[in-house]
Design a protein around this ligand. Sequence first.
Ligand code: NAD
Length: 318
Amino acid sequence: MNLLVTGGYGFIGSNFIKLIIGKNRVNKLVNIDSLTYAADKKSLEEVEGDPKYVFRHSDIKNYSDVYDAFYAHDITHVAHFAAETHVDNSIEGPKAFVDTNIIGTFNLLECARKFKTKRFHHVSTDEVYGELGKTGKFKPDSPYDPKNPYSATKAASDFLVRSYGNTFGVNYTISNCSNNYGPHQNSEKFIPVVIKSLLRGDKVPVYGKGENIRDWIHVKDHGRAIWKILTQGKNGETYLVGANNEKTNLQIVKAICKLLNLNPEESISFVTDRAGHDFRYAIDASKTTAELNWNPKKNFEAGLKETIEWYMKNQTEE
Ligand code: NAD
């Protein structure tokens, strides 16, 4: 396959590229990324010399950038990661989210349709389903109920993808995944904020009472799921990806404090809650496991320890 990856210098895209570039099925891997603040150019240093790898500094908001990439590289498959991804930023300035997450996805779909791409895989989030109470889990057919501009634009892009399948016959799959952690995540996200604050000797800012619950999955387990869905998933299907690893924000901070030998009582400062903060997300990934024989492999404590060690080695001044 000639695979187009969008947003390949981001957290999940870069980990995905490193995971799959060596696969025999990949003839060429073209990464288009506009290198926003969220991109980490260092994240792909180890693949930049690979003859299969091509980088195009392009913006998915520009139709001609996207068209040129499809045309020049005879793209057969797409793994679409590029997005504005930080909920707090979507509350400060929603327009960039509409432009990249909706218009950008539209441009890619138009090209997938014109070039008759064999498979368009859309990487989405469990946040499109809104929030859960204390019980229950999201399933692929749970009703959409996005609660903030980030999740609303991701929901809109999911619907656009399905509409291009239904109306124009674009061959697609969608994955909705829970919160990821691992190396190379941008410093604005929760686990890097916790680790970096503690490494600097600062208190960790925790929203509200720290009771919000997320199902944390290691970024490599997410990448393995995306590869299986891209290559073995059924056209038109949605697959949920999660690790059955629900933790409150407070539990996460305490786990990181423990690994750093710090006293959580002295390391936390509770701050005013985020507007519209979803209470709980949880994933029922049984369809993904049953159809694709996929299971998350990474033990959470081991993955967290490695992530802390990565940030210790790669600490940057901010
Ligand atoms: P990220 O913010 O770390 O990286 C996004 C990448 O996309 C960056 O390299 C950025 O430069 C690029 N990009 C942004 N706008 C672009 C544009 N207009 N044109 C080209 N490139 C552009 O994101 P991430 O955390 O790696 O998330 C990747 C995807 O996975 C997103 O679609 C996100 O919605 C989804 N997702 C993320 C999580 C999570 O926990 N991070 C969970 C589920 C799903």
